[in-house]
Design a protein around this ligand. Structure first.
Ligand SMILES: Nc1nc2c(ncn2[C@@H]2O[C@H](COP(=O)(O)OP(=O)(O)OP(=O)(O)O)[C@@H](O)[C@H]2O)c(=O)[nH]1
Ligand SMILES: [Mg+2]
Length: 323
């Protein structure tokens, strides 16, 4: 049976040949796999691609040091969040309003054509945002899907003044093409990543925006967190930042030495559900094994109580490790 491969496949194959590092090669192979239609005629090819990805992944794992694609943005701060959406939704304006960056904002589409990082302060931590080019089928650069899969969360910006429900549907469909799912029930074998997401319903300042917001709430509000914002007028941005933090599913834990105060500006960032042993390992790789017990302030009923290694930590906990 002929494979009947679409032209994008050969684009991706070209990227594969141009790739230099194992990470770049893996990205390109994943793209080829994502693009390849699924039928009997491609069974063999798909299996071959999967085995090449597996081999490269093994090789990459053996080498030390960071392996990354040319466009990949190194994570900084507590987490990395990609800001995505259709042309003109206000992605760059939103990034400009919550960070020190000054990306180009303009009233014509396709203003942004590269990905650029900027730090968003939230309380005592910094969250990295990546401003991205607009999501338009056929115009997506090959490096964008792996970038969106690798981010810790996605911030979807929707323009309330321009058929917001259609924008959401288009974005969700395009993410699916990138093998990213936003719903835990969607677990097809083609899905490479379940992504965390927050919707920023933008341009709240425009008359009639409230109707668009109500539509988004009705359509998606039960499944996805939604923030009602005006990036331009800086309305709702504090609330949005808090929701970004919540979506990330991270906690801040502070360490102290006996008799001293903790540094409340330098938390350890851990996934929700982490234990004392996980926190100890984050402080020093030998501490997981060496940890005897810790004293804990914060979520415990009694301040300074002794806790064991499997104790689950909460955001804001202060620990004093005894190793
Ligand atoms: N009224 C209003 N206009 C906004 C708001 N946010 C952005 N805009 C306008 O919307 C237009 C597009 O803004 P951008 O931030 O460049 O949009 P973008 O999503 O980055 O666009 P691309 O980079 O082309 O994908 C500009 O004219 C902005 O001034 C807002 O909250 N309210
Ligand atoms: Mg932009």
């Amino acid at each position: 049976m002929p494979a009947n491969l679409p032209p994008q496949y050969f684009e991706a194959e070209k990227n594969f040949r141009a790739a230099k590092t194992p990470a770049e090669k893996i990205d390109a192979l994943e793209e080829m796999l994502a693009i390849m239609p699924k039928h009997k005629g491609t069974d063999h090819l798909r299996a071959e691609l999967r085995s090449r990805i597996a081999k490269l992944t093994q090789q990459a794992g053996k080498k030390s040091g960071a392996q990354r694609t040319s466009m990949a943005i190194e994570k900084e701060g507590a987490a990395q969040v990609a800001v995505i959406g259709l042309p003109n939704a206000g992605k760059s304006q939103l990034v400009a309003s919550v960070t020190n960056a000054a990306p180009v904002v303009a009233d014509y589409p396709f203003t942004t054509y590269a990905a650029s990082p900027a730090m968003m302060p939230f309380e005592n931590i910094q969250i990295q945002l990546i401003d991205t080019p607009p999501l338009v089928p056929q115009m997506i650069e090959w490096w964008l899907p792996p970038m969106l899969r690798r981010a810790d969360a996605l911030l979807i910006v929707v323009d309330l003044d321009n058929a917001p429900l259609e924008q959401m549907a288009s974005i969700i469909e395009q993410l699916r093409q990138m093998r990213i799912s936003l719903s835990p029930e969607d677990t097809g074998e083609e899905i490479l990543r379940q992504q965390r997401v927050l919707v920023a319903a933008n341009k709240a300042d425009i008359p009639g925006a409230d109707a668009g917001f109500a539509a988004i709430q009705t359509g998606y509000g039960e499944k996805l967190p939604v923030a009602y914002v005006s990036a331009r007028d800086r309305f709702g941005l504090e609330e949005m930042k808090r929701k970004v933090f919540q979506v990330l599913g991270i906690i801040r834990v502070y360490t102290k030495t006996p008799g001293q105060k903790p540094d409340m500006n330098d938390p350890i960032i851990l996934p929700k559900g982490s234990t004392l042993a996980d926190a100890a390992e984050a402080v020093h790789k030998d501490f997981r094994a060496r940890l005897k017990y810790a004293r804990l302030w914060g979520s415990g009923k009694h301040d300074g109580i002794m806790v064991k290694r499997d104790h689950v930590l909460q955001d804001g906990d202060i620990i004093e490790l005894h190793v």
